[in-house]
Design a protein around this ligand. Structure first.
Ligand SMILES: Nc1ncnc2c1ncn2[C@@H]1O[C@H](COP(=O)(O)OP(=O)(O)O)[C@@H](O)[C@H]1O
Ligand SMILES: [Mg+2]
Length: 234
């Protein structure tokens, strides 16, 4: 009985909450949330919480259910940010191991609660000048929520051609200037990331051995290890 209680307690304490935040629309928040969630759900209980009033993730989930028949891999919940504590409580009760929170693209009341609830904050960053400029706004929010130590910038849609090295250097420089950590694992600009989602599938399902799937898995594993120490120490 005690052993059972302890293992249950471990699970409760160990729930990881990754909030995906960026003040730039189109930076890849929803794509990152869904691709990571699908990859993670192969072996773990995963919930996506959609706090974006546009509810792209939730709408996508109904397509997934309709086309693939998949129900709870990952599960999805949507609602106003006021319901976040309740949704997280339910996630814990149901034994979720990872919760991914997709957030609105602009300054919104949902962002600070999502940042505060996170064990890890992911900031997807594309390389356009507008994205690089908006990184400062995201950094301000992260700092406001005292979440800098758990924030990781994820370079997204990195060009696959000749401009790749320059794009990576520019983005890393912009993040370093704002004292934000950058993940060594990045997602390239690949049609596969958006194509499969149209039919309700992630890259780890549509092309298991392709570059996009390998990138998502490598990123997921790196983030999971990065978050392990923090959640273990809670
Ligand atoms: N790594 C990538 N490669 C190619 N296209 C991408 C990538 N990441 C995102 N996109 C595309 O960029 C657009 C915006 O992505 P989305 O996830 O909706 O951003 P956000 O949720 O931040 O507004 C979508 O059309 C998506 O398919
Ligand atoms: Mg979105």
């Amino acid at each position: 009985m005690l052993a059972q209680f302890k293992s249950c307690l471990c699970k409760v304490i160990g729930m990881k909450v990754w909030s995906i935040v960026s003040q730039k629309g189109g930076s890849g928040k929803t794509t990152l949330a869904l691709q990571l969630a699908i990859a993670a759900a192969k072996a773990r209980k995963v919930l996506v919480i959609d706090l974006d009033p546009q509810q792209s993730a939730e709408r996508w989930h109904s397509i997934r259910q309709r086309i693939t028949g998949a129900k709870d891999d990952p599960s999805i919940a949507a609602g106003p940010f006021q319901k976040l504590p309740e949704m997280l409580k339910t996630a814990r009760r149901l034994g979720a191991e990872l919760v991914l929170i997709d957030t609105p693209p602009k300054l919104d009341k949902a962002i600070i609660p999502a940042l505060k609830a996170a064990t890890l904050v992911l900031v997807p960053l594309k390389n356009s000048v507008l994205d690089l400029q908006a990184l400062e706004d995201s950094a301000d929010l992260v700092n406001l929520a005292k979440a800098r130590s758990k924030a990781v910038v994820v370079l997204n849609a990195v060009p696959t051609g000749a401009g790749r090295d320059t794009a990576v250097k520019e983005s890393v420089r912009a993040a370093s200037r704002l004292k934000l950590e950058v993940a060594a694992e990045r997602l390239s600009e690949l049609a596969a990331f958006s194509q499969g989602l149209k039919t309700g599938r992630g890259v780890t399902e549509t092309e298991k051995n392709g570059t996009a799937a390998k990138e998502v898995i490598a990123l997921f594993e790196a983030l999971w290890s990065r978050d392990n120490e923090e959640t273990a120490g809670e």
